[in-house]
Design a protein around this ligand. Sequence first.
Ligand code: 8YV
Length: 318
Amino acid sequence: MLRVLVTRRWPEAVEAVLADKFDVTLNGSDTPLTQAELARAMAEYDVLCPTVSDCIDAEVLCGGDRVKLIANYGVGFDHIDCAEAKAAGIAVSNTPGVLTDATADLTITLMLMATRRASEGERELRRGDWSGWRPTHLIGAGLQDKVLGIVGFGRIGQAVARRARHGFGMRIAYHSSSEKSEAKEVDARYFDDLHDLLANSEIVSLHMPGGAETEHLIDAEAIAAMRPGAYLINTARGSVLDHNALADALHSGHLAGAGLDVYPDEPDVPPDLLEVDSAVLLPHLGSATREAREAMGMRALENIRAHAKGHDLPDRVA
Ligand code: 8YV
């Protein structure tokens, strides 16, 4: 029976199915495993199931040669050194598709919270500072007819576009490496140049993968290219955005607001942003629905099953 290490607790229903089929060890602690523990696991288990809070770097991968599958619990896999895994003969899988709706819903949540100043208002109310209704109190921006610029038009970017277009009457624009046929369904305008997209959008939402290729794609220059009074939403990865530049743009008022779910060094949050009222800050909740988290576990399980039978992995990424 394959020995499987699950680095963080999964929903109980999925753990039960997994434990029925494999010899499973669950990290029951509330904290992630250390790098040394992860490295040791490479020698002690056949399958490793990490999450975004584990850094599976070259040093970890060199810890032993027993693990032959890394079945990631999540769609993004920039926390895994896939080139090194491939060189070591370790397969890597992810869980695409099953968290698309949950993440798109949270993106819309952030967009509404930022444009309607929801966090700011709730903080004011809880402090006891609300003096009652008045015509000019906490005025935000409506979404109807606004241009939503989507950077990265994959599954999640497209799901956000559908919600924004069909649910809120927004106009959609996008930037990605090539034009996508799915854009027709939402009448989306393609921008080959990222800065052109930024300059033409009132709200920008980031949906590109993390990793070296997209690191700080949204830097000070990109933020300067955004329209004065625009909003920036990030449910992709913290690494894609220069948070100092964002904090400056919020402080100066160049941007009217931002909604963030991800950060470069989680669980740390750039301190400058904590002080800005116009930043809505959530703790990486993109896939945090019962439905998505169970489906993610089942999807990881499908990959482990395929691996156990010597079949092709349904979701192989390396
Ligand atoms: C997951 C995510 O919950 O799937 C992803 O890439 O960012 C998430 O929302 C997280 O990665 C769990 O590993």
